[in-house]
Design a protein around this ligand. Sequence first.
Ligand code: MFK
Length: 544
Amino acid sequence: MGLLQTAPQLVHPYRNDRTLLALLDRVIPPERRSALDADLDALGDYAQRAWERARRGTPRTPVLTQWDAWGRRVDRIELTTAWQEGPGLTTRHAILAAGHEPHAHARLEQFARVYLYHLASEFYTCPLAMTDGAIAALRASGNQALIQRALPHFLSRDPATFWLSGQWMTETGGGSDVGRTGTVARQDADGQWRLHGRKWFSSAVVGEAALALARPEGAGEGAAALALFYVETMDGGERKPQLVVDRLKDKLGTRELPTAEIHLDGLPAWPLGELANGVRQVAPMLNVTRTWNAVCAVASMARALALACDYAVRREAFGRPLIEQPLHAQTLADMRAEFEGAFALAFEVVQLLGRVEQGQDAPHEAALLRLLTPLAKLWTGKLAVALCSEALECFGGAGYIEDTGLPQLLRDAQVYAIWEGTTNVLALDSLRALGEGLPALRTAIGGWTGGSHEPEMLAPIHAALDAAARQPQSLHGERATLEAAARGLSLTLARSAAAALLARQSTFARGRGDMRPGAALRRFVAHGLDRTIVPDLADTHLLL
Ligand code: MFK
């Protein structure tokens, strides 16, 4: 047999992640660090074991059994090993509870855990994200009865009392446009609300609770007439009979995640607040899940990059390791610079969320968070696909072979651009936040780049920001043109913010003799920041 190539090894995802370590060094006070390190180290160990376990075994997917042997409807879902381990891991490492501790770094400490756990969890992080979002929506509603009932379960540190929550919005008639929701809420003679309808994508059907949009009977058409309801799915150890699982989805990726089509046939429900404006009420949840989406997209990039870099040292071609091939090294360094920018933006959103929630935000930071959340989500979602695709190419043919574990990275990454609002929906959402968000972003960028040792990097950042800021006026306030330009505008703002954040990290690292973040900044800026376009609607029409 000829020479066999060595498979890539997954280096310890925490101890070898210089980007995460540098962020924690800069932000987390030393007295909090050792306890956090112990948790992150253990999650890194788990991630390494999970990668090795997946390489040894046959891939498993959840299995739905709808009927028992005697004809009784049971809708039992058999989960994969990682999903069975989910409640134990989550509660032991306080993956939800850590984010809600009363201190300014709670969200950062939480999302560092999420980042390390995500891929090993086989997207168990999806219902965790929705549970975290449900906490935000319930708190914002001020509904004390529901808060006291659900939050002790969602924030539990004991698997025996831990509950997951779903987010039931999407229907066959309304995906992005949830105003077309067909699910109806009817009130019994005894005052109990009950939901009737069909939810088309339910990612947490194994959860114990959910937030669902429904139209109170007799309310008008459109989104404003929707209400947001809290439901529970279990009665003792049994699924409530008014919740019927029609089937599990057959998806491109996230195959371990049991995404279901369900019917609600009179499921008892409780409104969070007023019986209208459900989209406004669910928005706090969306902003939290979009933050999870961004961090998990960055986690996929980190994994793809780590494997590609490891392989580049092991794999020889044309007489030397790949890492010594100038074009291959250039490709990896390009990927690294983009990853570091995305990491910086996603984790800035995390820290802003923490400060705003704890009431420790500066005056401009709530508006900044509102703008950066959709920007981080849309940019990281797209970048994860591009970067995972590039990483597969780094392995040549092996990157296309299923049991290397590499194709799964790309299949799974595609979901980040779709979940929780597509790239275009998020770009349009960022237009909602632009009014107060743009001045807030200017203020923030001024702060992040203050004292930078890379002054020549500042001009492109400000030029890109100016180009984005000019767009609403230069398009003469025409809504259709502004919408057509929204993706380019959003990407420009995301990249400008990321570059400024890299400048801040570079200044910090340089003070400790580490020149690598400076190199990431220069490379990232060299890839260009300005992605604005001036749409020609007439040409668009001709092309279609
Ligand atoms: C591992 C990572 C896991 C991540 C979680 C994975 C879970 C995956 C499962 C899913 O993907 S579930 C499906 C998620 N679906 C969406 O995210 C829906 C996407 N569509 C949108 O986001 C639309 O923009 C939206 C439904 C919000 C549009 O609806 P409308 O009714 O046309 O919105 P409208 O009228 O502009 O806004 C209604 C109110 O909400 C307004 O406030 P007011 O009533 O006070 O004027 C808006 O300002 C407010 N609003 C909308 N989006 C907001 C927001 N407020 C704050 N933040 C936002 N993001």
